[in-house]
Design a binder for this molecule. Structure first.
Ligand code: NI
Length: 166
C-alpha cells in the first residue's frame, strides 16, 4: 500500500466526469487500498478516485467513530434522498477550509463492492453527507460550488468556537 498525492482545487482532473469501473483487477484493488490509507493519513472521512488523479467511479468512506470501517463504493448510484441537513463540510482537495452546505439528511445508494457485487446502503446524517459529497466528485463537482455564504479557514472556525465558549 502507498500514500497517493491528493489533488487540490484548481487541478482540472477534479472537474472531469469519471468512467465506470468495469472489472476488478490487481491495479484497482491496489488503488482502493491506497485510497483508504491516503484518506486515513489525511484525517478524512472520504476520498474519491479523481482526488488522487484517477478518473474512475470509485470512492471510499469511513465515518465510524474508531475509523476502522472503510467502505469502497464502485459505480455508485443514488436511488433516493430525503430530508434536509445543513452543516459545515470540508474536502481533502480544499485543505484547511470549511463551509456550510445543505444536503439531504437521508440517502439510499446502490454500489458495487470490491468483489463487484451489488450492495445497497442507507445512510443518515454524516454518512448521507459523505456519500453525496463523494458522489459529486465523480461528476467533477466540489462542495465549494454548494457553499452558502463564504468559505472559512478552519483556524477561524476554531477561534469562533473558542470565543463562544468564553
Ligand atoms: Ni471532497
Amino acid at each position: 500500500m502507498a500514500i497517493r498525492k491528493i489533488r487540490t482545487q484548481g487541478d482540472r482532473v477534479l472537474e472531469k466526469v469519471c468512467k465506470p469501473v468495469t472489472e476488478m483487477n490487481p491495479r484497482t484493488a491496489e488503488l482502493i487500498d491506497d485510497m483508504i490509507e491516503t484518506m486515513y493519513q489525511a484525517d478524512g472521512v472520504g476520498l474519491a478516485a479523481p482526488q488522487v488523479g484517477i478518473l474512475k467511479r470509485l470512492f471510499v468512506i469511513d465515518v465510524s467513530p474508531e475509523g476502522n470501517e472503510p467502505i469502497a463504493f464502485l459505480n455508485p448510484e443514488i436511488l433516493a434522498t430525503d430530508g434536509v441537513q445543513s452543516g459545515y463540510e470540508g474536502c481533502l482537495s480544499v485543505p484547511g477550509k470549511s463551509g456550510v452546505v445543505t444536503r439531504p439528511n437521508y440517502v439510499k445508494c446502490r454500489y458495487q463492492d470490491r468483489n463487484m457485487q451489488w450492495q445497497e446502503i442507507e445512510g443518515e446524517g454524516l454518512l448521507a453527507r459523505a456519500i453525496l459529497h463523494e458522489n459529486d466528485h465523480l461528476d467533477g463537482h466540489l462542495y465549494v460550488e454548494k457553499v452558502e455564504g463564504r468559505l472559512y479557514d478552519n483556524k477561524e472556525l476554531e477561534e469562533m468556537a473558542e470565543a463562544e465558549e468564553q
